[in-house]
Design a protein around this ligand. Structure first.
Ligand code: GLV
Ligand code: MN
Ligand code: MN
Length: 415
């Protein structure tokens, strides 16, 4: 039996999971050798699907399928191919493989659309390697800040040097910014990473908005000392203080239904069994659908961690390295996706996204919308992430219908 379109897409994404830094688990960071390997596989898939493919100045893989008229404005689509550490295979990668396969279907039928389609495999959505996030999608949207080229990874390598080693020309990043007149909109297909579609018994859903997010580096300074001699009352233990701060952050987020806060990484220095920790660094990620709720939570957390530090004779600094307000999906693109969902025989379900996506950055350039796909148990950022070939097939059919139905937005004339 010939595998379905969905089964082929799922198999391709699973195949890409072999491009990993770590044996036996999927970790693929921005501009790593494994990123280069997956980029090559993505380019090959794009070329096989009838697209012209290239790697741009920020490490995105960009594939273009011309429309009936070469050079016509393009519908942009795609997602990311970088991963978190010990990731599931589908986060991001599915939203790259699925549209390429759909274009392959059109190409196989010799079908061109009234607009071009560009599939972009972004490289820096997770923000795990560098203290940057969404660099690829920001470059395309024209909002990439060149100052970010100076940031360093934990080994001290700058983003600029890493780009050069990847074969990119960082000086050309500004030229990657699209003119609004050259693009029609952006659609991102992504696994839901939450439980709603599974609960609703639906393979796909339409995203209404994406939560805003802020990220901080928090440093707690105390005083290192001898674990055997310094009396408990005389200590300035940075780790004990940080522990109290982490719990205060958790308490603050639990106090509001739609607010989430995460301390995902923590390191104590000097880090020895018999030394009182003199310094602790931890990360803080705060998100909410409403920007005012997020901002108030940040203000409260700042007040609280300073109070804890003061009580314990510590100092604390919070340095924000990412801030992105919530974005709302475009109503006309949402309606067009919903019409496709209905035509494909599924009940229409709208849901918000708590996770961040490249679509947030591209929203600064053009109207955007997202199609979510059900995932098992809502589990993601975890190797246990799962989807079914039938659901991928349903999402691919919706996406193809959306492309072939024509777009609700008038293609802007080129100036
Ligand atoms: C990306 O997955 C994020 O939401 O952090
Ligand atoms: Mn993702
Ligand atoms: Mn992710």
């Amino acid at each position: 039996m010939t595998p379905t379109l969905g089964a082929r897409i799922k198999a391709e994404v699973e195949d890409w999971a072999r491009f990993s830094t770590e044996e036996g688990r999927l970790t693929r960071l921005f501009l790593s050798p494994e990123h280069a390997q997956v980029a090559e596989a993505v380019m090959a898939a794009m070329t096989a699907a009838g697209m012209r493919a290239r790697i741009d100045a920020i490490g995105n893989v960009v594939g273009r399928y011309e429309g009936e008229t070469p050079g016509a404005p393009a519908l942009l689509t795609g997602s990311h191919v970088d991963t978190v550490r010990d990731a599931g295979p589908y986060d991001g990668n599915l939203g790259v493989a699925l549209p390429i396969a759909c274009i392959g279907e059109l190409n196989g039928r010799g079908k061109r659309l009234p607009f071009a389609v560009e599939v972009i495999a972004f490289g820096d959505e997770e923000g795990v390697r560098f203290p940057t996030v969404l660099s690829g999608s920001r470059a395309v949207a024209g909002t990439f800040d060149p100052a970010a080229l100076a940031v360093r990874d934990v080994d001290g390598t700058t983003l600029e040097d890493s780009l050069r080693a990847f074969g990119c020309q960082p000086g050309n990043i500004p030229a990657e910014a699209r003119r609004p007149t050259d693009v029609i909109g952006f659609i991102e297909v992504h696994i839901e990473q939450g439980p709603v579609l599974e609960r609703e018994g639906l393979p796909v859903g339409i995203v209404t908005a994406i939560s805003g997010a802020s990220r901080f580096r928090v440093s707690v300074q105390g005083m290192a000392g001898h674990a055997g001699t310094v009396p408990m009352a005389a200590r300035q233990d940075a780790l004990a203080g940080a522990a109290e701060m982490v719990l205060a952050i958790e308490r603050r987020a639990k106090g509001h239904e739609a607010l989430v806060a995460t301390v995902g990484r923590i390191a104590a220095d000097p880090g020895a069994v018999n030394v009182i920790p003199g310094r602790v660094d931890f990360t803080l990620d705060i998100r909410a659908p409403a920007d005012a709720v997020r901002r108030q939570a940040i203000a409260d957390v700042q007040t609280e961690v300073h109070a804890i530090a003061q009580r314990r004779g510590l100092t604390v600094t919070l340095e924000e390295f990412h801030s992105q307000d919530a974005v709302v999906c475009d109503p006309r693109l949402m309606q067009a996706l919903e019409a496709s969902v209905a035509r494909c025989g599924h009940r229409v379900c709208r849901l918000p996204s708590g996770a961040g996506h490249d679509a947030m950055a591209v929203a600064a350039l053009c109207p955007m919308a997202m199609l979510f796909l059900r995932c098992g148990g809502g589990i993601s950022h975890n190797p246990a992430e799962s989807i079914t070939a039938d659901d991928v097939d349903a999402a691919a059919r919706v996406f193809l219908d959306f492309l072939e139905a024509g777009l609700p937005l008038p293609a802007p004339s080129k100036d």
